[in-house]
Design a protein around this ligand. Structure first.
Ligand SMILES: C[S@@+](CC[C@H](N)C(=O)[O-])C[C@H]1O[C@@H](n2cnc3c(N)ncnc32)[C@H](O)[C@@H]1O
Length: 213
């Protein structure tokens, strides 16, 4: 793990950084304990925006809008992003950030629980970024598969749970055991579902990239 941390620090040291307002939002998020994507995860998302050039993005887990704004900043001008958040304290902050920084009006924020909202969405997304409660990913998956285009990408963050996922269930705290079991189930499903081809990466806190076949 120490080697992995050093490697990540080295990789991050080469990062040229983001647009200044994103760096400022990232700093503010850290100061206020809002969980947002890590530096190397940011780099991967930026890469994917440039490489797969999605036009219709769905994000599950907006927080205060950092990753939605990052995707907006580094995607094509006609790309649309829908993002879902249920935590009342974060929603007004996200809205304010979008008013201030989403200058091309790319982002739509849907307020409420993704469990309900996902059911109401129509197919047509070519990129889904899953970054909400880890224990719910497995429940969100059927709707994500229903609305993701063939050839589209499902990107899931925090899948390695700071390394906990490889430990025996008895080695993780009782509180985290349900999430541990569900995340293992999610990873198994992503790797074995015939509608998907998935790669698991040790980027950030663990990420999967799944293409819809
Ligand atoms: C890790 S944060 C998202 C960070 C954000 N993607 C970023 O990098 O800027 C996860 C967010 O998902 C939200 N969340 C968790 N479960 C949810 C659910 N079932 N429906 C909607 N939002 C949910 C949490 O309130 C939290 O703000």
């Amino acid at each position: 793990m120490v080697e992995q941390d050093r490697m990540t620090a080295f990789i991050n040291s080469l990062d040229p950084g983001n647009a200044p307002y994103l760096d400022e939002l990232e700093k503010r998020a850290k100061e206020t304990d809002v969980p947002i994507i890590r530096k190397d995860t940011q780099a991967l998302l930026k890469f994917l925006m440039a490489q797969s050039r999605p036009k219709n993005i769905l994000e599950v887990g907006c927080a205060v809008g950092f990753s939605a704004l990052l995707m907006a900043e580094y995607s094509d001008i006609d790309t649309k992003i829908t993002t879902i958040e249920k935590f009342e304290k974060r929603i007004p902050i996200a809205r304010q950030n979008f008013i201030q920084y989403d200058t091309h009006n790319k982002i739509t924020l849907l307020e409420g629980d993704a469990t309900e909202i996902l059911k109401t969405l129509s197919p047509g997304y070519d990129f889904i970024f899953m970054d909400a409660a880890k224990g719910q990913y497995i429940n969100f998956l059927p709707d994500c598969l229903r609305i993701l285009n063939k050839g589209g990408l499902l990107v899931s963050d925090n899948v390695l749970q700071d390394g906990d996922v490889i430990e025996s269930r008895f080695a993780v705290t009782r509180r985290d055991r349900t999430i541990h079991a569900r995340m293992r189930e999610y990873l198994y499903e992503l790797k074995h579902n015939e509608a998907l081809n998935t790669v698991i990466l040790t980027v950030g806190d663990g990420m999967t990239l799944s293409v819809r076949l």
